[in-house]
Write a new protein. Sequence first.
Length: 285
Amino acid sequence: MLFHRGGAVFLRKKDEFIEKYYKYLQEEFDENKNIVLPKLDFIITTRCTLRCKNCSSMIPKYKEHIDLTFDDFKKDLDVILDNVLKLNLINISGGEPLLHKEIDKIIDYASQKEKTDMIKIITNGTILPNEKLLETVKKYNDKVFFFISNYGVNPDVKPKLRTEEFIKLLQENKIKYQMIKDFTWVEEKEMQKNNLQHCDAFYKSMYENCILSACLGVFNHRLHTCPKASHGEQLGIFVDKDAIDLRKDKNIKEKLIEFYSKDFYEPCRHCIRSSKEVIPAEQLI
Ligand SMILES: C[S@@+](CC[C@H](N)C(=O)[O-])C[C@H]1O[C@@H](n2cnc3c(N)ncnc32)[C@H](O)[C@@H]1O
Ligand code: SF4
Ligand code: SF4
């Protein structure tokens, strides 16, 4: 099933499947107050091998870098899973997640969990996975796959990419991967320290039309509306009063229900969206 196991859904049945799936989510919630989280980004490091001008995670803004420890990853994931019925997709992201020394342990732990369906390692393709990571991903081949961001369309970055070697390695190890041919980016503007003073209807509409809003962000035991919000708070641009603190907050399930009932979130008040297409991974000098 498309969301459930990561397998294929015949295209002509896709809409029907999605409709049924959303009905199932709604029923689970209405009847049992069970929450199924569709997608969540775990930020495991802020370190990166590139400095992209329009990075939606604002990574070049970090002066000091943070690596999530394996123990902290375990604690954060456990709290989330204890309070939901399912977590359809975990994105392991960053920064560049392949720079994290314990990424194999992180993948191993997340893959063992019954409640997780799919785990996607998002990488820029500049470094190759080491033997330990390859072995771990092979072990959970039905759940874990790589997403290689296709920055080959940018001639300035191309010399830094090891995409061909990467793909060869994955094919040799029969590991699944995804790379989108026509990979596009939108311009990312800096988040603002002060609220932007628009009316609530403006933020509601911006949130509803925001592509990043489909994916929650978790960083350093705080769950936010999107990964950009996680980085905005971590960079000290604002305090996200709508975030759920996975260590301090009690009744996480109730908090999640309350979280999902909001029309938009505090970070949206600090955010400027753009629909202008830009070349992927343009580098800062
Ligand atoms: C923040 S990156 C982290 C993972 C890794 N460093 C990479 O670049 O693939 C996560 C994903 O966000 C995408 N992304 C970053 N900035 C973007 C933008 N301005 N527009 C569209 N996608 C963007 C990246 O291409 C990547 O697929
Ligand atoms: S988008 Fe660029 S700067 Fe941002 S994390 Fe990925 S490779 Fe690094
Ligand atoms: S803060 Fe709100 S508007 Fe900005 S990227 Fe996140 S969800 Fe979208």
